[in-house]
Design a protein around this ligand. Structure first.
Ligand code: HAM
Length: 525
């Protein structure tokens, strides 16, 4: 029999298996606890959103929007393609009937979609569907009549069908959907949709979940990756909000042992001062255009700030000599940035300034920041964020200030693993080694009681010899084996064996529960 090809996780995606998944849970739980101590609350938004939400917020000349989004052709689009392909396969008179039937299926689906408002009800669409229906009937009738269909007629039909199908307008542009490449735009969308500006105080929200970008996979860069993000939305842009957010971020990093990190900050101005700076930058860039590569050349027109983000070695010297935003901030932005730095010093947060930190998304104003960590190679940014005052308005909401960050969980966990600074995570506590039909009911009962007491317990489903049972308990890295044979059942006791040093105790049920519970409290302390 030919060997079947094995399914594998698709490029840029991966499985997170135990025991790594425990490390992930621990990491996420630490974020929840830290963020909630700063009065942030969990928000869960869908993984798919309208494509336009992202193109409008992140910006149309960004890598994410141009190259990296995962969009969906809708079901009907797939059907259109499938029908066109099928018709392509049927170029043969013997297949007249199948051709007619394929068209009939398409027509039925299109008619339903039109009635339900799933596709635009334009005159062109209605006429095309009617013509396709006539074509389908004509071919089926022809087949049923038993007449031969001469080749030119057949080819004519095929051509007509392909043209009609190709001309259908199936999707409204505003209905195009994409997997989310990031979380900030969806949160602003939810903030507007639910009128969250009417709720008391600032909205302090956090989220944990997968994001999708079709990037070239490498160490620390995936197509499905995970972010832990936090956003503050509300009427105030006080620098203390920025500083407290950064404090929370670094408290979290310290808590999970991610300490060899550097925080870089910058201010990229606002709508009052940035346009003048961008114009000046453009003037300079035009002069050196011939020395820049294609992407940067294009960005001179579309988005000159993004040139500062270039990693191309030949461009670095040129960039170093460009005008800097710090020399062009308006008074308000300059004061905001100065106050932010004071607030960071007040909180004893070490930072470095980096005037080139403009970030890869267009929605930022004023504060931008990134945190890098060790042990990650080129993909060393474990967190990025900044202020996005005005984004909510851009998406149709009320005037709102905003700031936030997103931590890349994949990279952060990789860095923790590389530093070998791993937490001790509780595993299996008790392996119930039972033997003999009489011991089984007692084993089932005690396993349930220990589990109810919060312990992790493994109960073998089938009888095993003690030797085999204990060896499996060892391999599973259980802390204790609870030995339960006919002797123990007869004396209403249990033998508890600590597997690290083989120490054994004979205990009754109460003593056993008390001992394991106090031991659990001790290991947590
Ligand atoms: P970002 O800089 O695009 O910002 O992503 C934040 C973090 O997500 C990065 O620093 C990195 O750790 C991680 N990350 C990004 N792409 C990948 C990838 N392909 N594979 C693995 N990790 C990745 C944002 O997404 C903004 N929404 C952050 C923000 C929130 N700004 C304001 N609020």
């Amino acid at each position: 029999m030919p060997e079947r090809e094995q399914f594998r996780a698709i490029k840029g995606t991966r499985d997170i298996l135990p025991p790594d998944s425990s490390l992930w849970n621990w990491f996420e739980q630490a974020a929840r606890e830290t963020f909630e101590s700063y009065n942030f609350r969990d928000i869960r938004t869908p993984i798919i959103e309208q494509t336009e939400l992202f193109s409008r917020s992140i910006g149309i000349d960004t890598d994410i929007v141009i190259k990296e989004m995962y969009g969906f052709p809708k079901k009907l689009e797939i059907l259109r393609r499938a029908t066109t392909d099928q018709i392509g396969d049927l170029r043969n008179e013997a297949n007249v009937l199948r051709f007619g039937q394929a068209l009939a299926v398409l027509v039925a689906n299109l008619t339903r979609a039109l009635e339900q408002g799933d596709i635009p009800s334009t005159r062109e669409n209605r006429e095309a569907i009617r013509d396709l229906e006539n074509l389908s009937k004509a071919t089926v009738d022809r087949w049923n009549s038993g007449h031969r269909t001469p080749n030119p007629v057949w080819h004519g039909w095929f051509g007509d069908a392909a043209e009609l199908i190709g001309g259908l307008q199936l999707e409204r542009i505003e209905e195009s959907q994409s997997l989310r490449p990031e979380g900030t735009a969806p949160i602003c969308r939810a903030y507007i949709e639910h009128g969250m500006q009417t709720l008391p105080g600032d909205q302090k929200l956090y989220y944990i979940g997968p994001m999708f970008r079709r990037e070239r996979p490498q160490k620390g860069r995936y197509r499905q990756f995970y972010q832990i993000g936090a956003e503050v939305l509300g009427p105030s842009d006080a620098p203390a909000i920025d500083a407290e957010l950064l404090e929370m971020l670094l408290v979290f990093f310290r808590r999970v042992g991610l300490t060899r990190t550097t925080l870089y900050i910058n201010s990229i101005g606002d709508k009052n001062c940035r346009p003048q700076y961008v114009a000046r930058l453009r003037e300079f860039l035009v002069k050196v255009k011939d020395h820049l590569k294609e992407d940067s050349q294009r960005r001179i027109e579309t988005n000159p700030l993004r040139v500062l983000d270039s990693k191309i070695p030949e461009e670095q010297q040129i960039i170093e000599n460009l005008p800097r935003i710090s020399d062009h901030l308006c008074d308000d932005c300059r004061a905001h940035y100065a106050k932010l730095k004071d607030e960071l010093r007040l909180r004893k947060i070490a930072f470095e300034e980096n005037w080139r930190l403009v970030r890869g998304l267009d929605y930022y104003t004023r504060t931008t920041f990134e945190v890098t960590a060790e042990g990650l190679g080129s993909q060393n940014a474990v967190c990025g964020g900044g202020r996005y005052d005005g984004l909510v308005e851009l998406l149709g909401g009320p005037p709102t200030k905003g700031i936030g960050f997103a931590i890349g969980s994949d990279r952060s966990i990789l860095s923790i693993q590389e530093s070998r600074n791993l937490p001790h995570l509780p595993g299996l506590s008790v392996y119930v080694a039972w033997m003999g039909a009489k011991a089984y009911p007692a084993a089932v009962a005690i396993a349930r009681k220990l589990r109810e007491a919060g312990l992790s317990v493994e109960l073998p489903p089938e009888e095993m010899k003690f030797k085999k049972s204990l060896s499996l308990a060892d391999k599973l890295r259980a802390r204790y084996a609870l030995i339960l044979g006919e002797d123990e059942v007869a004396s209403h006791t249990f033998t508890l064996k600590r597997l690290s040093d083989a120490e054994q105790k004979k205990l009754n049920e109460n003593e056993l529960l008390e001992y394991l519970e106090s031991e659990k409290r001790g290991s947590r302390a």
